[in-house]
Ligand binder design. Structure first.
Ligand SMILES: C[S@@+](CC[C@H](N)C(=O)[O-])C[C@H]1O[C@@H](n2cnc3c(N)ncnc32)[C@H](O)[C@@H]1O
Length: 320
């Protein structure tokens, strides 16, 4: 049963806090912050470590404070994630708050299991600007339930009702690899975009067999032309085992966990973190230049894509 309420927001619009000046923002502010709104998930994907089965939703006022703080740090885009964010009863309200705070783009990531036409309409009205839905294959197996057979109807509802763009995201390595190809064709037929993620281990490092690598390369060739350029790090990773990059996590990309701590990414929670509410412009600058020892074999698309723009800038300790 879907847990997202379809009622009006419970409190008045958030006042817009001042962001840093545009020069600072262009140099150090996050292009993207992923914010966990609830750690609980309805599913238990075998490859995933980013959920539990019991935690409560993070209270909406706490999340609003975090959003205001992110605005003060100059964040451009917000992605609401989990756990499973549609289990948060105030998700539409949070999306509306993001829009009132004028983030450049407000998106969410979901496994789609709770989507219904009414919920999609509510998300439209709240002002959602992009949905990433995770679908790993065609048939359910021990590793994943996020498959076409379970989600076809919901994807048709999205096609018929959503006024926001939909991106289907598949993890290669969760299903027989040919199934991922079918997902990509299906997504393109429905008018959605599609992307593939490489399964990572619990440290965010690459973990694929040779058959999966072959399929991955085939899928890359099926995707629209711009995509292969952006995904060249994946090819390097699977061909050479390493693709060094100057990781700007903690600055250009933030992962804010359910406790309100900024982490470099979902897989380095035990390595480095700092409370968001204590985070300063100086932290953004410091993290921009700080060397991340896990960069060369990292498969986390968010860290990589949001670091891409600053590749020409220095990072002490980095040698490719
Ligand atoms: C942690 S989930 C949270 C949102 C939502 N529950 C979902 O399934 O989309 C966010 C994304 O991370 C991906 N993910 C989780 N563990 C992963 C892993 N070990 N390797 C690659 N992607 C992973 C999921 O498939 C999903 O697309």
């Amino acid at each position: 049963m879907a847990k997202v309420s379809v009622s009006a927001p419970t409190s008045s619009p958030a006042a817009s806090p001042a962001a840093p000046n545009i020069f600072f923002r262009l140099r150090y502010s996050p292009f993207l912050t992923q914010m966990v709104v609830i750690r609980r998930c309805n599913l238990s994907c075998g490859y995933c470590s980013e959920y539990d089965k019991s935690s409560d939703p993070v209270p909406v006022q706490v999340l609003e404070d975090r959003l205001r703080k992110l605005k003060e740090l100059g964040t451009f885009g917000i992605s609401l994630t989990g756990g499973e964010p549609t289990l948060h009863p105030d998700l539409p309200h949070l999306i509306r708050t993001c829009r009132e705070l004028r983030f450049y783009r407000t998106s969410m990531i979901t496994n789609g299991f709770f989507l219904r036409p009414e919920m999609i309409e509510t998300l439209n009205q709240a002002g959602l600007q992009k949905m990433q839905i995770s679908i790993d294959g065609v048939h359910a197996n021990e590793t994943t339930q996020k498959v076409l057979n379970n989600l076809k109807k919901r994807l048709q509802w999205l096609r018929d009702h959503a006024r926001f763009p939909v991106v289907i995201s598949s993890v290669i390595g969760a299903c027989p690899p040919e199934e991922a190809e079918e997902i990509v064709s299906f997504a393109l037929k429905m008018g959605f975009s599609s992307r593939v993620l490489l399964v990572h281990d619990s440290h965010g490092q690459i973990n694929l067999n040779s058959q999966e690598i072959k399929v991955f390369e085939k899928i890359v060739a099926m995707l629209p032309r711009r995509w292969p350029e952006l995904s060249s790090y994946r090819k390097r990773l699977i061909r050479e085992g390493s693709a060094p990059f100057k990781c700007r996590a903690g600055s250009r990309y933030l992962y804010v966990d359910e406790y309100g701590r900024v982490n470099w990414c979902s897989q380095t929670r035990a390595v480095w973190s700092k409370a968001l509410m204590d985070y300063t412009h100086n932290d953004l600058r410091e993290q921009f230049y700080s060397y991340k020892p896990c960069h060369a074999t990292c498969t986390l698309n968010c860290s990589r894509s949001n670091s891409y723009f600053d590749n020409w800038r220095r990072q002490p300790g980095f040698s490719s």
